[in-house]
Design a protein around this ligand. Structure first.
Ligand SMILES: Nc1ncnc2c1ncn2[C@@H]1O[C@H](COP(=O)(O)OP(=O)(O)OP(=O)(O)O)[C@@H](O)[C@H]1O
Ligand SMILES: [Mg+2]
Length: 300
């Protein structure tokens, strides 16, 4: 097992006039477990991950593995890594088997070890039956799964998955969550997503990222703590709902089948779930927050 440490990492793209600070002075430590990196488009997730895997050099700051700068560790560090890039490219004409064999050769795995490992991995990601099919015939979800398999070839101690669930259907999401949960037992798994439910059940630590910084990190309970008393439910007529929806962060909105009595005969009612520090409506009642509410709260 290893410990990964980021110390005041900053990444600035471009030069003075067009400079873009994508990651700002981030400090974090990672030991074994699943870390869910949650953030909207452009928050800096990919930039951070590319620095962790060593493709991108931080403008400032240091990344160490067991106390040694990763630049200094070179190949030793790369052997510890498994990486699924967000824009994972693949060889359309290759079969799944051929692709994994090719990736194993690139990672300089012993061919005999690779053979067993590939069979095991095909089973893990549920692609054994599709092993001889060309990748160009694969669905988006199958491609993500083969991407996860290639990241696992060298039994990495640090697994970095950038939006691994993009394009997965609900059944595949469940399968994916189970795979990741098991992997986090004895390694560092960092996965990025903007889909809260992907990390809700499996992440030991959640890191909410916004404009290049962590706005909150911790266990799910720690993330939820400041949000207690800031989530409200109310049932209101359609017009009021539209007004509240425009004025507040609404985490859920549901048209009710039962019609209200007091606000005119047959006026349709809407149930709103609102994230707000103040009570948004006289009839609103406080409810327990869930991670989805917390995500909205930190983005208020
Ligand atoms: N090569 C680059 N040159 C200049 N700016 C960049 C470059 N790559 C990313 N950026 C900018 O840096 C910021 C962070 O981008 P990044 O891709 O890290 O975000 P992200 O959280 O991964 O977003 P997404 O959810 O869309 O993948 C964005 O404003 C983006 O436009
Ligand atoms: Mg990204």
């Amino acid at each position: 097992m290893c410990r990964l440490e980021l110390t005041e990492i900053t990444k600035i793209y471009g030069t003075k006039k067009k400079a873009k600070q994508a990651v700002q002075s981030l400090t974090a430590g990672f030991e074994h477990g699943v870390y869910g990196l949650l953030g909207e488009n452009g928050a800096g997730k990919t930039t951070l991950m590319r620095m962790i895997v060593g493709i991108l050099k931080p403008t400032q700051g240091q990344i160490t593995c067991d106390g040694i700068p990763i630049r200094q560790l070179g190949g030793t560090y790369r052997n510890l890594l498994g990486y699924l890039p967000q824009d994972f490219g693949y060889y359309k004409e290759f079969s799944a088997m051929r692709f994994l064999n090719y990736m194993a050769a690139l990672k300089a795995l012993d061919p005999d070890i690779a053979k067993n490992r590939i069979e095991e991995l095909m089973e893990t990601v549920g692609l054994t039956e599709a092993r001889n099919r060309k990748l160009k015939t694969f669905s988006g979800g199958m491609l993500r799964r083969i991407g996860i398999a290639q990241a696992l070839l060298n039994e990495p101690k640090i697994l970095i998955l950038d939006e691994p669930t993009a394009g997965l259907d609900p059944k595949e999401r469940v399968r994916f969550r189970n795979i990741i949960s098991a992997l986090g037992k004895d390694r560092i798994v960092i996965l990025s997503t903007h889909i809260v439910s992907d990390v809700e059940y499996i992440a030991d630590q959640i890191m909410i990222m916004k404009h290049g910084v962590f706005v909150r990190t911790g266990t799910q309970a720690q993330i939820l703590e400041p949000v207690a008393g800031c989530v409200w439910k109310c049932v209101v007529p359609e017009q009021t709902a539209a007004r509240l929806n425009a004025a507040y962060a609404v985490s859920n909105l549901r048209n009710c089948a039962d019609y209200g009595q007091e606000s005119g005969v047959g006026a349709p009612q809407v149930e709103l779930r609102i994230v707000s520090r103040d009570k948004p409506h006289p009839g609103a009642v406080a409810v327990d927050p869930v991670l989805e509410d917390a995500y909205l709260y930190y983005y208020l």
